[in-house]
Design a protein. Sequence first.
Length: 246
Amino acid sequence: MRALRILLIVVVILGGLFVIADRVAVHFAENEAADKVKATENLASTPDVSIKGFPFLTQVASGKLDDVRIGIKDYEADTGNTTAGAPKSIRIDDLQADMKGVTFTGDYSSATASTATGTATIAYDELLKAAKSQPTQIIPGVNAQVVGLSDGGSGKIKVDVKVTAAGASQTYPVLSTVTVDGDTVKVHADNLPKLVVDLADARIRSITDFQQTIDRLPGGVKVDGVQAAKNGVEITVKGSNVKLAG
């Protein structure tokens, strides 16, 4: 019985040491991976990297991690705009990505996920940069501009359009639908306001409707869906063979 007790104590101690070693190793790997992602994506700050699953060391031995989650704050995504004065980037808030089946090299200099899904938010003040927020003439003597975006409820965006004519201004709220087409987020008015004069549909929509291309996201993931929410447009992203580093 005494020998059995000693054996059990040894097993418990070894098990505890293994858990400690495993957690130390995963912490080191998370820090290394975060630094690599920061360098690869040219990020202003170090992202959060969390390697899920236990034990970590057996995953390392297999050369593949089951689940890696990455969080990036204030990511500046390219818009692909070449027009003078047009925004060259758009800020993506709180991008959270879940990477599955991550293969990597021994020094973590290269890592690729078989699939990735995630969520993020484009704040309304960022999306406003894509709209015509400067006064634009729609007919002689009548100017219009988008002066604000906000949550319209039921998955809609409220677009505030300011119309100025003969020195007087009035703001019209327009409920709009937001969709995604490829890598482009589009805002389209559901119903056009009755303006101070009857204008051609195309002239009004040149102000109320607008779009923003998101040309590049980390690792090559793509925008998959969009929906208006309280603090901005919530987007979902997905990708395959996503390069995290290297």
